[in-house]
Design a protein. Structure first.
Lengths: 519, 306, 353
């Protein structure tokens, strides 16, 4: 474990000592001690589930630690009190923005900055301060715009402004680039540099190695709730960081060479009217044995495309065929036709939390084959569920455990299992015709990510057509055969992976090339 | 047709409209406060009954009329506190809790009435609020002080909601409670305050019935007015000004129906009495498509839960 | 003090919850009894004796319980699917009216068919009436997003006015000397007594059978699976291919139909005709019963008997001591609230800081 000496102790603006926190049986933070120096950018690096978000939530006061203390600017910080954290100068940009869509930018920023019982808000003065702060740090916003109308990048700017308006001296950013295009991320980094020059200290949370090396001064690596290393960014090696992050050898998914087949699913000139997430004139062909990756920042129409291909929504124009037959918007028809669907939101849409694991296992096929004459075939269903849990290593309880109690990774394995086995206990005889995977590895740890990738590759080798929608460029570059980029509801041509460069994809994500392709 | 015009074109009709609208204004504003903060309060029907009884009892036992109003408000606030505890602190089902409060408040009021007056068959009366005859304005001079209070409350509540930090916090907590917590304000306390204040208004709505509109406490006095207020809030798009408009519009049709039913005609009086309820349902359907609900309405919020 | 989520639902808490709720309720209502100036022990003794203390008391309780089982089942089925049916009261009356319309003789013109045909037709009509009454708000919800709580509530008032109107007019019993009651059902369409010289009738058997059927449907059939899925998470259910709108419609038909049946059985078994006050809030009590039963159909039977016992006991008790009968309504209301709190402990553990 390499310790870093940068930032003399006297200069520490924040000092966390022995922070521990557990949620039920899960230890989220285990005796973590950290320091943040003045004017430095400290990155908290770790895979999903390592405890980074929990730690900063404790710092900000959303949670109370089970043990440990926090000192801010030399004085102890009262735990569990966001108001105290704000008062001392700590500001947080949450991963999931805490903004009220129906209210204006100014409303969101100004909330809580005036005494609650004041007879009248000072709107003009607040507006002036907001505009001045925005200009000072180069974050352009319209104070009177309703948040619902803002783009993701603009919303993030409002979140940052909330902290700066309150004269934050410490800024915490939780996975800020997960919703940005490469270009927007670069703009964010220059903003951060500007803030540091102004004397702010920054805690930057990420699971992306390359970006952390680029932007931070020091890197603290978390793994399974423990702080395992603190390194100087200037001298750290990415291989060293990766090793610390994961702590064990993870098998890289292996792709087997195989034949590509005919077109299995043809999307032709599809249009979906869905407000900001609409699809315009999308054409795509999915072939057997091939993985097509759709890159792009979330919110550009991916959900609409996934909905159409999962049978949840009919296109407003254009056609969708599966194995030559036109398909209507009926999830059951798609399931029966052999389509395996992995939804984006595994907890809210993929499983029914209150239902037992076995009930979720047969949720897509409760009618056929797990019912006869209107009665559910419980024994057969439970047997199938047991086989599924074994084969796909679903942990967290028996088949009677409510799905709510399973971790994200195990829920995903359950969903994968039922999708890839199609209701047959053995599963070997069944390969889905098409797999629609929408952000399948979001929030999963590296081991689970590798598992999912391997399963997708295996299914592809057996002849399934795979559609992978992901905002994680690394994932797409790792396993996709052909790549298309989605922007503003338009899809670029799906070109072989070898023909794309990272820069070109980034450019396409801003819309330039996509428009040219689609024309 | 001419009948309706002649019915409508006189001050007495409009006085009746205001009288009918007053409890609706109080009640709708009360529901509005609760829902803006993200809490559905189905206890309104029961709270109105309890407020009506408590206010009336205070006056019957020798208290002043405004003391009666105050007691009604406190009664409403007490039930509101219970509802807030169940739905905000314990994050239980807002539907079931509200219905429970309605059943509880109603049954307690009826029980208390029967315990206090075991053998009466005609409800004892009190001297209600007098009309504000000293004011020179035509229709308004025949209203009681409570109606004036209701009318004044509309711009006051609008001011609080849109021009004070408290109002901003209230609106925000009904849209995104995480945002409110992230700005250092206690969500539970804020929501509880909104529910208690809103329920106090509901209590006053009930008191108007016994202390102004009528002068005694009857069973089945509220008769669904609480539910109508819940419908009116949706119709009003959760805005105080539109709530006033909705209440007046509704009262207009109610007053019209009352007068029409007194005229000779083949239509059974029950049809006329149905009009308010049918109108409420229609209003709900009409607005449903465009309704922008407070986004966190009816979603329980638990602090620090993963 | 804070709440910590349990990993597994506590079975023990689930079974104990109704009892804890009732115990708490009785403790709290003691204060009310004391306020009325009555000796607490004697009052409660009279209450229980009046409901459960003698053979006669039991028959009265079971008579009261019969419609309560139906409305309890109606609400339980609806709440399971997150369909907030607060309109059971109106659906009950609609069912009662439909039953009399089919099975009574209006001014000499009636359906002159054998009872074997008319009786099922009568029950069918009542089911249909209740179902339609709930289908309308359900349709408004699935199509327009209108919250069904308010619409079902408002419909109750509308239905009651309609009943009053019909009882004043076309369905009035001319032989009733101006009293607003409907035409009576034909004798051979009325239900037999289970125990002679008491009021308990075979409707109770229908109620228990209905509960058993419903329990089977919920637990073992595909329809039950769909209903539970939609109630637990409609989005996920839709994703998995459950026909959400169709399932909701079926739930509405079953729930409304059960409440309508409550009305028909009451008319056929207890009164013989429809009056304005034939239901002292059975529809609303159904909500309390459903909650006490944890939305379980078999639990509804037990809860209905308990609530019926309290209501009957209160009537009898009020003749002995000076405690108003409304104490029963207070007990029912407090049971609902305490049951709601008790269910918290199924999902959460209390941790003292």
């Amino acid at each position: 474990m390499t310790a870093s000496g940068r930032g003399a102790e006297a200069d520490a603006v924040l000092r966390l000592s022995g922070i521990s926190k557990r949620f039920g049986a899960v230890v989220a933070n285990d005796a973590i001690s950290l320091e943040l120096g003045r004017g430095e950018i400290l990155a908290l690096l770790g895979e999903n589930g390592a405890g980074k978000s929990t730690l900063v939530s404790i710092l900000f006061g959303h949670y109370v630690a089970d043990a440990g203390t926090i000192e801010a600017f030399g004085k102890p910080l009262p735990p569990g009190d966001p108001a105290a954290a704000l008062a001392v100068g700590i500001g947080m940009v949450h991963q999931h923005f805490t903004l009220a869509d129906n209210l204006t930018v100014q409303d969101n920023v100004v909330l809580g900055t005036e005494p609650l019982w004041a007879p009248a808000s000072r709107r003009a003065a607040a507006r002036a301060k907001l505009v001045a702060t925005a200009e000072r740090f180069g974050l352009a916003v319209d104070p009177d715009a309703r948040v619902a109308t803002l783009s993701v990048g603009e919303r993030q700017r409002v979140e940052i402004l909330k902290a700066l308006y309150r004269d934050a001296r410490v800024l915490i950013l939780d996975e800020p680039t997960s919703v940005l295009t490469p270009q927007e991320a670069a703009a964010l980094f220059s903003t951060l540099a500007r803030l540091c020059a102004d004397g702010l200290s920054i805690i930057f949370i990420s699971h992306k190695l390359t970006e952390v090396l680029r932007v931070s001064d020091r890197i603290a690596v978390l793994r399974a709730g423990k702080l395992v290393a603190t390194l100087d960014a200037a001298t750290a090696q990415s291989s060293e960081l990766a090793e610390q992050m994961v702590g064990r050898a993870v098998r890289k998914p292996v792709a087997r060479d195989h034949r590509r087949g005919d077109t299995v699913c043809a999307v032709s000139r599809v249009r979906v009217d869905a407000g900001s997430g609409a699809l315009h004139d999308v054409t795509l062909a999915l072939r057997a044995g091939e993985i097509v990756g759709i890159a792009g920042v979330s919110g550009n129409g991916q959900q609409a495309l996934a909905d159409v291909l999962c049978g949840l929504r009919a296109p407003d124009a254009g056609t969708v065929t599966l194995a030559g037959h036109a398909m209507r918007a009926d999830p059951r028809a798609w399931i029966d036709a052999g389509v395996a669907r992995i939804p984006e939101d595994r907890h809210a849409v993929g499983v029914i939390g209150d239902f037992a694991v076995w009930e979720n296992a047969v949720a897509e096929r409760y009618r056929r084959p797990f019912s006869s004459a209107g009665i559910v075939r419980r024994t057969a269903a439970r047997k199938y569920a047991r086989t599924l849990v074994d084969r796909f290593d679903v942990r967290g309880g028996g088949i009677d455990t409510p799905a709510r109690a399973l971790s994200g990774g195990n829920v995903q394995k359950l969903i994968l299992g039922r999708a890839l086995t199609g209701g047959f206990a053995q599963g070997d005889d069944f390969t889905p015709v098409l797999i629609v995977a929408n952000q399948p590895t979001w929030g999963l740890d590296i081991g689970a990510v590798a598992y999912v990738h391997q399963r997708l590759l295996d299914a592809s080798a057996r002849g399934a057509a795979v559609l992978l929608i992901s905002d994680d460029l690394d994932e797409i570059l790792a396993i996709a055969d052909r790549i298309a980029v989605m922007h503003g509801g338009r899809l670029s041509r799906a070109r072989p992976a070898g023909e794309w460069t990272r820069a070109a994809i980034g450019l396409a994500m801003t819309g330039a090339e996509v428009a040219a392709d689609a024309a | 047709m001419l009948d309706i015009v002649s019915l409508v074109a006189n001050a007495e009709f409009w006085s009746a409209v205001l009288r009918i609208a007053t409890p609706l204004i109080f009640g709708t504003l009360g529901v509005l406060l609760c829902e803006r903060a993200g809490v559905l309060n189905l206890g309104i029907e029961g709270i109105m009954v309890a407020g009506a009884f408590a206010g009336w009892l205070t006056v019957y036992q020798g208290g002043g009329l405004w003391s009666g109003v105050a007691v009604a408000a406190v009664t409403g606030a007490a039930f509101g506190l219970l509802h807030a505890f169940l739905t905000v602190s314990l994050a239980l089902s807002q539907h079931v809790s509200g219905l429970g409060i309605t059943l509880l408040a109603t049954s307690l009021a009826y029980y208390a009435y029967r315990v206090s007056f075991p053998n009466v068959s005609t409800p004892p009366t009190i001297q209600p609020f007098a009309e504000m005859a000293m004011m020179p304005i035509p229709v308004l001079s025949s209203q009681t002080p409570l109606t004036w209070l209701a009318l004044a409350l509309v711009p006051a509540l609008a001011w609080v909601l849109y021009r004070t930090p408290l109002g901003l916090a209230l609106r925000m907590v009904g849209e995104n409670p995480a945002a409110v917590e992230g700005q250092g304000i206690d969500v539970v306390r804020l929501r509880t305050f909104a529910v208690v204040a809103g329920s106090a208004l509901m209590g006053v709505a009930g008191a108007f019935l016994t202390l102004s509109a009528f002068n005694a406490f009857y069973f089945s006095m509220v008769n669904g007015r609480g539910w109508i207020c819940v419908a009116l809030v949706v119709f009003a798009g959760w805005r105080p000004g539109k709530a006033l408009g909705g209440a007046l519009l509704f009262a207009f049709f109610d007053a019209l129906q009352l007068r029409l039913s007194q005229q000779a005609g083949g239509i059974p009086y029950q049809i006329y009495l149905m009009v308010p309820y049918v109108l409420s349902i229609v209003a709900l359907v009409v607005v449903a498509r465009r309704a922008t609900y407070p986004q966190a309405l009816m979603k329980p919020w638990r602090k620090g839960e993963r | 003090m804070r709440l910590e989520a349990r990993t597994r639902r506590s079975r023990a808490a689930l079974l104990l919850a109704p009892f804890a709720a009732i115990a708490f309720t009785l403790a709290v209502t003691m204060a009310l009894v004391a306020w009325a100036g009555s000796p607490i022990g004697e009052t409660y003794a009279l209450l229980f004796a009046g409901g459960f203390g003698s053979r006669f008391a039991w028959t009265e309780t079971l008579t009261r319980a019969t419609p309560l089982v139906f409305t309890g089942l109606s609400v339980a089925i609806a709440f399971r699917a997150r369909l907030w049916n607060i309109g059971a009261e109106g659906q009950l009356y609609a069912g009662a009216l439909a039953a009399v319309a089919v099975g009574g003789l209006h001014g000499g013109t009636g359906f002159d068919l054998p009872a074997g045909v008319l009786f099922p037709a009568m029950l069918g009509a009542s089911v249909l009436a209740g179902a339609i009454l709930l289908l309308v708000p359900t349709f408004l919800r699935t199509r327009f997003g209108v919250d069904e709580v308010v619409t079902t509530l408002l419909l109750n008032f509308i239905v009651l006015l309609a009943v009053s109107m019909l009882l004043d007019g076309p369905m009035k019993d001319p032989a009733a000397l101006g009293w607003p009651q409907s035409v009576a059902l034909r004798d051979d369409l009325q239900l037999d007594k289970l125990v002679p010289r008491t009021r308990v009738h075979t409707g109770l058997v229908y109620a228990i059978v209905a509960a058993a059927i419903l329990a089977f449907v919920v637990r073992a059939t595909t329809l039950g699976f769909e209903m539970r899925a939609v109630g637990a998470n409609a989005r996920a259910a839709a994703f998995a291919g459950v026909p959400v709108a169709r399932t909701m419609a079926l739930v509405a038909v079953i729930s409304g139909g059960l409440a309508g049946l409550a009305g028909a059985i009451e008319v056929a078994g207890r009164t013989g005709y429809v009056t304005l006050d034939m239901s002292p809030g059975y529809g609303y009590s159904g909500i309390v019963i459903a909650m006490l039963a944890g939305l379980s159909p078999l639990g509804v039977v037990a809860a209905a008997v308990f609530i019926a016992g309290v209501l009957v006991g209160a009537d009898s008790m009020s003749r002995g001591v000076a405690v108003p009968t409304y104490i029963a309504d207070v007990i029912v209301a407090v049971s609902l609230v305490s049951m709601l709190v008790a269910t918290l402990f199924v999902r959460y553990r209390v941790r003292l800081r």
